[in-house]
Design a protein around this ligand. Structure first.
Ligand code: DLL
Length: 432
């Protein structure tokens, strides 16, 4: 089944025509309504009239996450507040999060993109969808929720966490679709027996997993453990939330809704656009967004593009599964974390040295964080009790700043290896 055949199977000529019309309109709008873009375009010496087709996109300036932070909270909005009907924000950032706003039309387009993704995953109005992504400022829960309602599914808005209840409702309500992060799906599968369930108690047939990278092997493992068909859903809050791309039943890359989000892949060093098939940073221009339209937003996700026609009949360009990023952002239980945020907390507290090492691991398929921090020579703590209370204090500050639990171990001064080049501050032992 295809949700919107006209768009999803459009010829490449027609698609480029549509993208060109939308880009021209978009550039005029942001130039008029967003001071940030007017200044950036003037600096680059490009006028809206220089953009005559989608081929001119490389004349436009890039946008980065820092631009959203610098213009916190609403500086990049292109629509007046009275037209903004919803705000979301990125997860787990200290201080200023990145905020996004949606107009009614943006929400409709989001529901459209999600309806296409869910249909691509074989979901229909017959399905009961258990939404185990977090609800709230994170886009996962509410995004999938309204998309599934648009398809006509029965939605269970259970949100993330509480394993026992997840399994109980899955069994009692007969959920046929599970939407959550792949690591949580694996955790739930492994917890079945512990809570007295077996697969035969469940009616699950489809998994819609995303918000963090997972390998093809992990996808197959999830299919085997649950006896389901598993799909990969990709997205980011800056561009919209979940539903920017999704894989179809052939699992040979994720189809991008390129009528809404125009993708480019650029060289991580030079930022020059790369030809299809070459790996680089994925960049999106939001062709229809009204609330916070973005020109050439660099996601820092690494992938390649493939424009060959897919066996499913869709012509939408495909991107390879995302397996890495060009920056140091970690995704811990769906929460985005930059190691520099940890540093900031330690420095603000000023009770230890700033030498630390972060260990990321996976236990029972859940991400766990351990932080080793060196004690400050000038402020040596000598009783075990004091040591314990200092580590607990740091754990507490990290939790309130990051929204994540981190186990803190204090270590002797100068015991963390120093590096001559770029400091290695993260050891990620998760096998994904
Ligand atoms: O994670 C939106 C989302 C929710 C996507 C639910 C899918 C399902 P952010 O919190 O802004 O938004 O994080 C975006 O997460 O740039 C990628 O690095 C990573 N990411 C998201 N989906 C995938 C995926 C949501 N399917 C960042 N595979 C992105 C790999 C993913 N990485």
């Amino acid at each position: 089944m295809i949700w919107n055949e006209q768009i999803e199977c459009m010829s490449s000529n027609e698609m480029r025509k549509l993208q060109s019309e939308r880009l021209i309109e978009l550039v005029n709008r942001v130039y008029q309504n967003v001071e940030f873009y007017r200044i950036k375009m003037d600096e680059k010496g490009v006028k809206p009239s220089d953009i005559r087709s989608i081929d001119d996109i490389s004349k436009l300036p890039f946008t980065n996450k820092t631009d959203l932070r610098d213009n916190y909270p609403f500086g990049l909005f292109a629509a007046p507040m009275k037209e903004i009907v919803r705000i979301h924000a990125s997860s787990g950032t200290t201080g200023k999060p990145t905020t996004v706003g949606y107009t009614k039309k943006d929400i409709e387009n989001w529901q459209e993109a999600l309806a296409r993704c869910l249909t691509m995953s074989g979901v229909s109005s017959e399905d009961i969808v258990q939404v185990s992504f977090g609800y709230g400022l994170f886009t996962g829960g509410l995004g999938i929720h309204f998309g599934a309602e648009n398809v006509g599914c029965t939605v269970i808005p259970i949100s993330a966490g509480n394993t026992r209840r997840q399994l109980q409702l899955m069994s009692d309500f007969g959920s046929t679709v599970l939407a959550c992060t792949p690591s949580y799906a694996l955790h739930l599968a492994d917890a079945l027996a512990e809570y007295g369930y077996s697969l035969s108690d469940m009616k699950l047939k489809t998994g819609v997993f995303g918000a963090e990278p997972f390998s093809e092997n992990m996808r197959l493992e999830l299919e085997k453990k649950w006896g389901i068909k598993a799909f990969d859903i990709y997205g980011l809050s800056e561009i919209m939330g979940p539903g920017v791309a999704n894989d179809c039943e052939f699992h040979d890359g994720l189809h991008i809704h390129e009528d809404l989000f125009f993708p480019e892949v650029v060289d991580p060093k030079t930022k020059e656009p790369l030809p299809d098939g070459r790996q680089g940073e994925l960049v999106f221009t939001t062709l229809t967004k009204e609330g916070i339209p973005l020109l050439r937003y660099n996601t820092h996700d690494l992938t390649t593009l493939n424009r060959e026609k897919c066996e499913c009949g869709r012509t939408l360009v495909r991107m390879k599964k995302i397996t890495g990023r060009s920056d140091d952002m970690l995704i811990i239980r769906g929460v985005n974390l930059f190691p520099s945020q940890i540093e900031q907390v330690l420095l603000e507290m000023g009770e230890t040295s700033a030498h630390y090492m972060l260990y990321v691991d996976r236990e029972n398929n859940l991400d766990i964080l351990e932080l080793k921090v060196e004690l400050d020579e000038s402020k040596m703590v000598d009783t075990i009790k004091d040591l314990m209370s200092l580590s607990r204090k740091i754990e507490h500050s990290l939790h309130s700043a990051l929204g994540l639990s981190v186990k803190v171990t204090l270590v002797e001064p100068k015991s963390i290896p120093r590096s001559e080049g770029k400091a290695v501050r993260v050891i990620d032992n998760r096998k994904i």
